[in-house]
Design a protein around this ligand. Sequence first.
Ligand code: DOR
Length: 431
Amino acid sequence: MARDWIIKGGLIIDPSSRTMEEEDLWVEKGHIKGIDPHISQEGIPVIEAQGLWVTPGLIDIHVHFRDPGYEYKETIETGLKAAAAGGFTQVCPMANTLPVNDTGAITLYMVEKARSIRGPILHPVGAITKGLKGEALAEIGDMVEQGAIAVSDDGNPVMNSEVMRRAMEYSSYFGIPVVDHCEDKNLSDGGSIHEGVVSTLLGMKGIPRTSEEVMVARNICLARQTGSRVHIQHLSSKGSIELVQWAKEQGIPVTCEVTPHHLTLTHEAVKSYDTNTKVNPPLRTQEDRDALIEALSQGVIDCIASDHAPHSLKEKDVEYDIAAFGISGIETALALVLRMVHEEKLSPLRAIEAMSTIPARIMDLEGGSLKVGSPAHITIIDPERTWTVRKEELVSKGKNSPFLGWDLKGKAVLTMVKGEVVWTSKGFPMP
Ligand code: DOR
């Protein structure tokens, strides 16, 4: 049930109006009613937020909830709970479920299941092609009708450029972006980690940067030809950034995201042989990582998305070569981003913008703003709170994190969706 609240004394960070002020915020009937240095209203419960950040609800446009089909890894319920604990108020799950989300019926199943759970709002991303096979187009219109907000074959690339062209033309008819996992399978096949000194040292087959870059270039060319919006997922290489920058300078409608793990780790982490470092695209070099951070702070990379990819021990407690790709990341995303803020590599405003305002814009979602009249999707963050990433404390079923045991600084302490508090951290004083 949505309630009325006054959130008192927090640092209100609103990238949509480029403001950062210590003020009170008034929530009424699930919407933002007012922001003022001093608000007091008889009978309305007060959430004390002194020393905390009050931000637009975080939005993660790239998650895997494994439901239907792989519920032993994650369900819509556990995924939404993990998202709320990570500070997220809206999430976009990918289509690589079983069955694949390539019809309106599966999209509707996801939407209805999420609606029955008190938590973040779920917006499914439908498949581009039937069965993620890269051949025939999926039922795009049907999925959009049931609530899909974009299409992607994530996990798999669309190798056939003609199919991709048709997907772009068709999707723009529905006003949705095509979202692409850029990987040339002919270049990457059999690889487990970035192709470079570490792969040579460990004797593992590598995945070259070019496997991503040629597909980024291909998508840019197709977006230029069709005029359709394309969003590039989990950018990992410096070369991809250069291509996106060029495309933006030409006015080609391309946006892109980066993950917290690519911003934090490099292929050096693979020397541990920890299969939780195995992810697609792979962790790359320090030069790539530095370029990703710089491009994010400059806005060449538009936003941050977790690519939350929960797996069970069965898929991860095996030799590196045969382990599944993926990192369970929705609960560590915010703290890893705040690490860059604490190191002054990213401003607080830009960090929050990249996790709320811009994702909302890319996927045409309501939210990402604290302007009066907006829905009260709000995240309250303690930027100074230190915590240790512990397997037992992760809400997600996926414990496959390379950050287990890390001490991090910064945590969401309250997550509010349309005025309803869907999560608070342990010990947070609620009125
Ligand atoms: O590491 C990854 N895991 N990358 C992907 O693109 C897919 C994801 C998954 O579904 O596990």
